[in-house]
Design a protein around this ligand. Structure first.
Ligand SMILES: [Zn+2]
Length: 386
């Protein structure tokens, strides 16, 4: 775990980041400071309406300059104008863990700072929210889904913990693997969609038609693969495939818990600023489309808690150990401080919370909402939304 030294410049930078986000939001939306007085009302409403949960990781990490700062607001119009007015927004979410995408997402899903090698596809050490929910609420695997961006995430659905583990976690679907399975051995038309990671050399890690998703997953999905392939021909981004799968799941199976890791923004590693900001705009739109589906689908309307948060940020322009927006290597304040947006029945709208929280606080919060016990999680529940 990354220890943030007290009284350091680092701490000051993190606090300034929070103040800036709050000011930007107030200027844009008029969102006010968070209060605890809604807590009782929120719990009562949740009991009344039942609950579903959708969690979106704002994939790959983006900085304030390209999101909440005045010069970045044009890239996230939907979040600012449509979602924030309906949400409680945490301005200071600190990630003290390893800044690699898989291990960071696994930490988000367990509520513990996982410490395994980011580049190995191994199961998290601590139980995931998926396992807590399934075991405590006696749910089937088909009620809990993870939609993940790459082969590296194959094992995120269930931990290596002896009390949980194999067969007790989420159903993990990799849209790229599904596409590779129906591309007929010719990956070239889908090369840009099938690239496994943005962090390796160009051309490396492209899914091959042999990397088939389990037949069992396809059977569980009950999706028309010809429709999926046709859709893939009309889009240019892997996250669009993830959106397609998510909408299909919401309409056809209405699972109680859906976790979607978006990842297009990580194209920033290629060093092209326009590709990075294009991806932020696309991610903004995808988040809004998921919320619109939540509002329209009878199984979700009025009874879903919806969370959006980045896995982490990216390097500051002036950090000598980074290269600006391109990477997330420096571990500086911009890399480690992000935000979290929560909306749902009983969650206060148009509200900001400025106290510092941590990314591992997500799981204990969701667990309380889903009436299960995240007994091994290290984070603390976000009381403002409970
Ligand atoms: Zn990355």
């Amino acid at each position: 775990m990354f220890e943030i030294p007290s009284g350091s410049d680092f701490l000051t930078q993190i606090a300034q980041q929070s103040v800036s986000r709050r000011r930007f939001l107030r200027d844009m939306t008029g969102a006010g400071a968070g209060l605890l007085i809604g807590a009782r009302r929120a719990s009562a409403l949740r009991r009344e309406y039942g609950q579903k949960t959708i969690i979106v990781t704002f994939g790959g990490g983006a900085r304030d300059q390209e999101t909440f700062a005045p010069e970045g607001q044009r890239y996230i119009p939907r979040i600012l104008m449509e979602l924030i007015p309906r949400a409680t927004f945490y301005t200071q979410v600190v990630n003290r863990g390893i800044l690699g995408h898989y291990v960071a997402n696994a930490s988000l899903a367990t509520g513990c700072y996982e410490s395994f090698n980011n580049f190995q596809s191994i199961r998290p050490e601590n139980p995931t929210i998926f396992e807590y929910f399934r075991q405590d609420r006696r749910r089937q695997a088909s009620d809990v889904w993870v939609i993940a961006p790459s082969n590296g995430f194959t094992s995120i659905g269930e931990s290596g913990h002896p009390a949980y583990g194999r067969g007790k976690g989420a159903t993990v679907v990799l849209p790229k693997a599904l596409l590779a399975g129906v591309s007929g051995g010719s990956e070239r038309p889908f090369e840009s969609l099938l690239r496994d990671s943005h962090e390796g050399p160009v051309g490396a890690g492209v899914y091959a038609s042999t990397a088939r998703q389990d037949e069992a997953i396809r059977d569980l999905l009950q999706i028309s693969m010809s429709d999926f392939k046709a859709h893939a021909q009309s889009v240019s981004s892997p996250d669009e495939l993830s959106l397609y799968i998510a909408l299909h799941l919401m309409r056809s199976k209405a699972p109680s818990l859906i976790w979607i890791t978006l990842h297009d923004i990580d194209i920033a590693h290629a060093g092209a600023f326009s590709l990075y900001t294009d991806a932020i705009q696309r991610t903004d739109r995808i988040c809004a489309e998921l919320v619109r589906a939540m509002d329209q689908e009878p199984e979700y309307k009025g009874q879903t808690n919806f969370f959006i948060l980045p896995d982490f940020g990216r390097d500051a322009d002036d950090d000598p150990s980074g290269n600006g927006f391109q990477h997330h290597r420096s571990g500086d304040a911009l890399c480690r401080t992000t935000w979290l947006l929560a909306m749902g029945p009983g969650i206060r709208e148009n509200t900001t919370v400025d106290r510092p929280v941590e990314s591992i606080d997500l799981v204990p919060t969701v667990a309380k909402m889903l009436a299960c016990d995240a007994r091994f999680a290290q984070g603390r529940p976000l009381v403002e939304v409970l």
